[in-house]
Design a binder for this molecule. Structure first.
Ligand code: GDP
Ligand code: GDP
Length: 436
């Protein structure tokens, strides 16, 4: 279900180099991905058909290198709680340091599997250095790699995927939409959950180290069946201000991983902010269905144009993710809550639809003929046909003579036409170009 791999370690050991390499693995398979911008701190990776999310915790560390207390320490704790496997990166060139030991102490107390990655093992001598890290006293093998050249990363990944749970087959709730409610603190998530579930729940658990595996609860509201993947129910208060963003990103990722669709709640009194856009971007990258609820609409002074202005502002800020439905409402006044749930379930249907190859080509080939991909270096690029791949999120493969010449702008054109002919409201779609 949700496989999250967190990369931790002191600064300069090569965390982000490793991160880029893991993301790279996937990019080489899925060439010509439809243009979502890649973010530095989290990304999707794949190994032998298993997909997972990688987090580079280093991207968030602020403050000085040798202060383990505070932000860094807490970040390791969060990473342990929220991930399936932790990659603890150490450096064969500098060898074992006190800061490494500090990390190890925290990791040892966590309940998650830890894999020691002895990086910068660029040659045999340095590889021998790796055995020094057995002194850290952590369970399991040490994997010497060179993040820079990639050597050793295959063995490492073989080990990583052993720790994933394969719950897919025996999901007792298959076919019932799983909804995550995400958004910034104070947007109204818990209030919405309370209204939907009809009960008050304690919302703040302030005990560090509480297990936070996502809890799925099956509900029936407004005559609809759905599962809420728990997100708002448990909340940790970050002790360190710097980590609030890191923590909420981890939370959002966790609940997104466990869901099919998310309702992104935005506080109308604050408008859409960078963090909201990040959350929406996460959902988009993870291929989840998305509905935006602009909440606290009761607090806004309105005239006939207010909603349109809001809509335009949101569209500009989340461009190019313009396929997302936006609903204005108020949890407090129980206004448009039913519409939000109904829309989420509709988006679930859009995400699950399978379009036949003949139907696709009937609609898309004339569009391609009408506006063919521009010739490059005097070569004509010809798209022969398109088919939907049997994946759980809508993915389309276009077969053509020169896939490498399909530009991003043309991919956008194709995506727009797919959206014009078929209803993918609220659903990110992916396009691949394959040689034929
Ligand atoms: P981070 O702070 O842990 O994210 O570390 P970076 O990924 O930024 O890497 C720190 C430095 O180590 C950079 O100069 C990298 O080029 C270098 N580095 C990363 N991986 C390797 C490796 O496998 N071998 C060597 N020799 N250097 C590496
Ligand atoms: P969370 O942090 O996203 O779970 O947000 P909460 O559900 O705890 O809500 C934060 C605050 O906003 C609480 O004081 C709620 O009563 C209030 N709130 C939630 N929804 C609405 C709404 O639609 N209108 C108004 N005026 N306040 C709301």
């Amino acid at each position: 279900m949700s496989n999250i791999v967190a990369i931790v370690g002191r600064p300069n050991v090569g965390k982000s180099t490793l991160f880029n390499r893991l993301i790279e693995q996937r990019k080489s398979i899925m060439d010509n991905q439809s243009g979502v911008t890649r973010d530095r701190v989290y990304g999707q990776a794949e190994w032998i058909g298993k997909f997972f999310t990688v987090i580079d915790t280093g991207g968030y560390v602020v403050g000085s290198e040798d202060v383990f207390e505070g932000a860094i320490r807490e970040q390791v704790e969060i990473a342990i709680e929220e991930s399936s496997v932790v990659l603890f990166v150490v450096d064969c060139i500098t060898g074992l340091t006190d800061l490494d030991k500090d990390f190890a102490n925290v990791l040892r107390r966590g309940s998650k599997p830890v894999i020691i990655v002895a990086n910068k093992a660029d040659n045999i001598e340095k590889e021998y250095m790796a055995s020094e890290f057995y002194q850290l006293g952590l369970e399991g093998d040490i994997f010497p790699i060179s993040a820079q050249s990639g050597s050793g990363s295959g063995d490492l990944l073989d080990e990583v995927v052993k720790h994933f749970d394969d719950v897919e087959e025996e999901d007792p709730y298959a076919g019932i939409p799983k909804i995550a409610i995400v958004g910034r603190p104070n947007a109204g998530k818990s209030s919405l959950v309370n209204v939907l579930t009809g009960k008050e729940r304690s919302i703040v658990t302030d005990i560090a180290g509480t297990t936070r595996d996502s809890v799925n609860t099956h509900y029936k509201a407004f005559g609809k069946n759905f599962i809420l993947t728990d997100t708002a129910g448990l909340r940790r208060k970050s002790r360190v201000k710097d980590n609030i963003e890191f923590y909420s990103t981890m939370r959002a990722l966790r609940s997104l991983e466990a869901s099919d669709i998310c309702i992104v709640m935005v506080d109308a009194t604050r408008g859409i902010e960078g963090q909201d856009v990040n959350i929406i971007g996460l959902a988009d990258k993870n291929g989840k269905g998305i509905v935006i609820m602009v909440n606290k609409w009761d607090l806004i002074e309105k005239d006939t144009k207010t909603a349109e202005k809001f809509r335009k502002d949101i569209a500009e800020k989340i461009a190019p993710m313009t396929y997302i439905p936006i609903i204005f409402g108020s949890v407090l006044e129980k206004q448009r809550i039913f519409q939000v749930v109904e829309k989420a379930i509709e988006v679930y249907g859009n995400r699950n639809q399978k379009i036949s190859t003949s139907e696709l080509n009937k609609m898309m080939l004339p569009e391609i003929e009408h506006y063919p991909p521009p010739a490059i270096k005097g070569k004509y690029v010809r798209i022969k046909y398109v088919t939907q791949l049997p994946t759980y999120k809508p993915t389309f493969a276009f077969f053509c003579n020169l896939p490498q010449y399909i530009k991003e702008s043309y991919q956008r054109y194709l995506e727009n036409k797919l959206r014009k002919h078929f209803n993918f409201e609220g659903v990110p779609i992916q396009l691949f170009f394959r040689k034929k």
